[in-house]
Design a protein around this ligand. Structure first.
Ligand code: E4P
Length: 217
């Protein structure tokens, strides 16, 4: 399972990278705004900085909602660095743009996916990644994890190579459940990733080992 961090915060990206488990980064316009990164030039520079910090894929989202605009913007983003994955919204022109980019060998991430039908379309259009937003489904009393199972079944049935990128991951159990269900990738906050480290018996056990070591010295 690949681990992406879902943030535009450079310090958190560095921290996850230093842990040695990071496979990539996802961003979106809201995450950029949260870090105070606004304006085309600043956003482009920020993508460049992120690419320098990590070895893996970096999803950069287009703002245009029409095919021509998405192609223009996506091509400019993809030209920044081979690590860039063009992130496209799951709308009609986004599907067309996905097909355009996949036929040119440019990596894509189809975002804002909330149904199995949308995921099927993204795979048909050759998406590199499809991003089902599990946390936002949970927010409206719908089972986000069930969507991961449905997409896994459909992709397995037909051997689609599109990777299931579980997005809108909010906490550690989301990561574990997505791993059980066979999501290829998860993108979440640093706190959810670090939550995987924690177990009270580890802390108690370590404290005892250290105390016993001191007794013998
Ligand atoms: C995915 O690529 C999105 O950036 C993200 O996972 C959305 O998460 P949220 O629902 O917590 O905003």
């Amino acid at each position: 399972m690949k681990f992406f961090i879902d943030t535009a915060n450079l310090e958190q990206i560095k921290e996850a990278q230093a842990l040695g488990i990071l496979d990539g980064v996802t961003t979106n316009p809201s995450l950029m705004a949260k870090e105070g990164i606004t304006g085309e030039g600043n956003i482009i520079n920020h993508y460049k900085e992120i690419c320098e910090l990590v070895d893996g894929d970096v999803s950069a989202e287009v703002i245009s909602t029409d095919f021509e605009g998405m192609v223009k913007e996506g091509e400019a983003l993809a030209a920044l660095n081979p690590q860039i994955v063009v992130k496209l919204p799951m709308i009609k022109d986004g599907v067309k743009a996905c097909k355009y980019f996949s036929s040119k060998g440019i990596k894509t991430n189809v975002t804002l996916v909330f149904s199995a039908g949308q995921a099927l379309l993204a795979a048909k259009a050759g998406a590199t990644y499809v991003s089902p937003f599990i946390g936002r489904l949970d927010d409206i009393s719908t089972d986000g994890l069930n969507l991961i199972s449905e997409i896994r079944l459909i992709y397995n049935n037909y051997g689609f190579e599109t990777e299931i990128l579980a997005a809108s991951v909010r906490h550690t159990m989301h990561i574990i459940d997505c791993a059980k269900l066979g999501a290829d990738v998860m993108t979440g906050p640093l706190s959810a990733i670090e939550g995987l480290l924690k177990h009270p018996l580890t802390d108690i056990g370590l404290a005892k080992f250290l105390a016993d070591y001191k007794k013998g010295n």
